[in-house]
Design a protein around this ligand. Structure first.
Ligand code: ATP
Ligand code: MG
Length: 561
């Protein structure tokens, strides 16, 4: 294998398709599908599957469907259907066909009857506990149910009456008749249908009999003439059943291919756990910017371009691993670096008074909007006698490595002048409340005519023109790197990071930032990439920090060696 890091990551699924195209297995056709169950919002793991399914179809000039796998009536809702469509489109994809497994209920039922007629399925009237007791172990075959050899006519009659609603939940199930000694447990007469008197988000009360996932999935693929049914590795041992069901009714046969699911450090990718965070009020909703949901990262300021670049970069393999969150963060940094306009903003304001600057003067300094994009032009930033600087950019007794502002030291104000700190004013408690500084009028633009150098440039905002904003700083959702390693007997919610959200109530922004609209993205110079949150109100902007500027990971790696 190549070790060249610039080579595109290999995609073994594309290699399989190329082989199929060579042999003519699907007549050169490529049809994929993205099949979410509408029981929650999509997360970043789903984004990998979306990019893979839609991206593969696109690469081979094929088609990709969006199919809702809605066979479990009690957990599914229209809200989820709508959010899934919004998220797929936001990622930049459009489906060729829009389908619902529930649209196939009648056809699926007919195939179930066919299996019964062929002697390949039977109605089992055992209780759940009885069936569990018959499963056997790895070394021992399972026991045949007493109903296994029930005549086909009797099973058919019962199955029709199950559909008609004559029995309560759990009274009977339909099982495939395969092999109770099969080494793969899923082949030991799996359940195909169960009775469930529940309202379905689309079919309403038309059915009280619902197919199991394995039964519905492959048949739905076949109906849609899917060529490559791409799914995650945990379905590998379902593949024999997938193939058995399709072959048993002699219909068109897609190829199931498994790949490794995406797992990220410091977060979870399970709809069940994410739902628990939402329902428990631990986060503000599915679109809380700390959530690994697509809705969450969108609100946080991530771009679809960054998400697609991330999915390309991680590639597609058959090895389950843990991807470092910094890979995702770098993807959005790289993208926003190219196009986010720069602004000045101060998160922890410290007042500066320029004692030698005229009382009523306001100058307008030219500031570059984006050094990476000359076409972005420049803007005017007001400058006056009273400024805010970042509290962390001043130290009264600086250590050797601190080159920013301190008493007697000169620094550059970004786009402005050189400034020297003369005095730190303290309140009764000893806290620094104001700096009294002088500026050098000869240094407008940042350079001294005598060529003297300063070691540091800091950002600032003119106090009288500043816009006050709320800024939400996000950090990892969990305090442990690998959430999957939390022992089963411990509550995973106790490993949440208590500082995953820090709210700054009175950040000071340059006035141009007031014009940004919810969803707009920008860079606060020296601080990171931010976007306007939907919670903003007129005159009361709220910003989310998308990601910090620096790649902390690179630093850690350098240090750790
Ligand atoms: P969860 O485990 O979070 O509930 P799921 O697999 O049950 O997810 P589905 O709605 O069935 O959710 O998933 C739709 C598609 O997305 C499936 O093909 C599934 O394999 C894929 N998918 C789900 N999670 C991941 C992941 N972490 N990485 C890659 N693909 C994923
Ligand atoms: Mg699933």
């Amino acid at each position: 294998m190549s070790t060249d890091e610039s080579a595109p990551p290999t995609n073994f699924i594309h290699e399989i398709i190329e082989e199929h195209n060579r042999t003519g297995r699907f007549d050169g056709r490529v049809q994929t599908r993205f099949p979410p169950e509408p029981n929650g919002y999509l997360h970043i793991g789903h984004a990998k599957s979306i990019c893979l399914n839609f991206g593969t179809a696109k690469k081979f000039g094929g088609r990709c469907n969006l199919r809702f796998d809605d066979t479990n009536p009690t957990k599914e809702e229209t809200e989820y259907v709508n959010s899934i469509m919004e998220d797929v489109r936001w990622l930049g994809f459009e489906w060729d066909g829009l389908h619902y497994a529930s649209d196939y209920f009648e056809q699926l039922y007919q195939w179930a009857e066919l299996l019964i007629q062929k002697g390949l399925a039977y109605v089992d009237s055992s209780t759940l506990e009885e069936m569990r007791g018959q499963r056997g172990t790895v070394s021992e075959a399972g026991a045949a149910s007493p109903f296994r050899d029930r005549p086909a006519e009797e099973s058919l009659d019962l199955f029709r009456r199950m559909r008609a609603g004559e029995f309560p939940d759990g009274a009977h199930v339909l099982r495939a008749k395969i092999d109770m000694a099969h080494p793969n447990f899923l082949m030991r007469d799996p359940v195909l249908y169960r009775i469930r008197h529940a309202h379905h988000h689309r079919t309403g009360d038309a059915w009280c009999l619902y197919p199991m996932y394995d039964f519905a999935h492959g048949y739905s693929d076949s109906i849609e003439r899917v060529t490559h049914s791409i799914c995650t590795l945990e379905f590998e041992n379902h593949r024999p059943l997938y193939d058995w069901l399709i072959d048993s009714v002699e219909i068109y046969h897609p190829q199931q291919i498994e790949f490794a699911r995406l797992n990220l450090t410091y977060t979870v990718m399970s709809k069940r756990k994410l739902l628990e965070l939402v329902q428990g009020g631990i986060v503000s909703g599915w679109d809380d910017p700390r959530m690994p949901t697509i809705a969450g990262i969108r609100r946080r300021g991530y771009t679809p371009e960054a998400m697609r670049a991330f999915c390309d970069e991680i590639g597609v393999t058959r090895f389950n691993g843990l991807t470092n969150l910094v890979v995702l963060e770098n993807a959005v940094r790289n993208d926003l670096n190219k196009r986010a306009p720069r602004f000045l903003a101060v998160l922890k304001p410290l007042k500066v008074v320029l004692t030698n600057y005229p009382e009523d003067l306001v100058e307008h300094l030219d500031a570059v909007n984006n050094p990476e994009d000359p076409a972005a032009g420049s803007r005017q930033v007001p400058f006056s006698r009273e400024l805010y600087i970042e509290r962390d950019d001043f130290m009264e007794n600086p250590p050797k490595q601190f080159f920013r502002l301190s008493p007697g030291r000169e620094v550059r104000l970004r786009y402005g002048y050189l400034m020297t700190c003369q005095e730190a004013v303290k309140d009764a408690s000893g806290e620094i409340v104001e700096l009294r500084c002088t500026y050098d009028p000869e240094t407008r633009g940042g350079n001294a005519p005598d060529g003297r150098k300063v070691k540091s440039t800091i950002h600032w905002v003119s106090a009288s023109e500043a816009v006050t904003a709320e800024v939400r700083l996000y950090d990892h959702l969990f305090s442990v790197e690998n959430v999957a390693e939390i022992p089963e007997d411990q509550d995973w919610k106790t490993f949440l990071n208590p500082n995953s959200l820090v709210t700054v109530a009175d950040a000071k922004l340059e006035p141009a930032l007031a014009a940004l609209q919810p969803g707009d993205r920008c860079q606060f110079e020296r601080l990171g990439y931010f976007c306007v949150d939907k919670d903003s109100a007129a005159g009361q902007p709220v910003f989310n920090r998308t990601v910090t500027l620096k790649d902390e990971w690179a630093k850690i790696q350098k240090k750790g060696g």
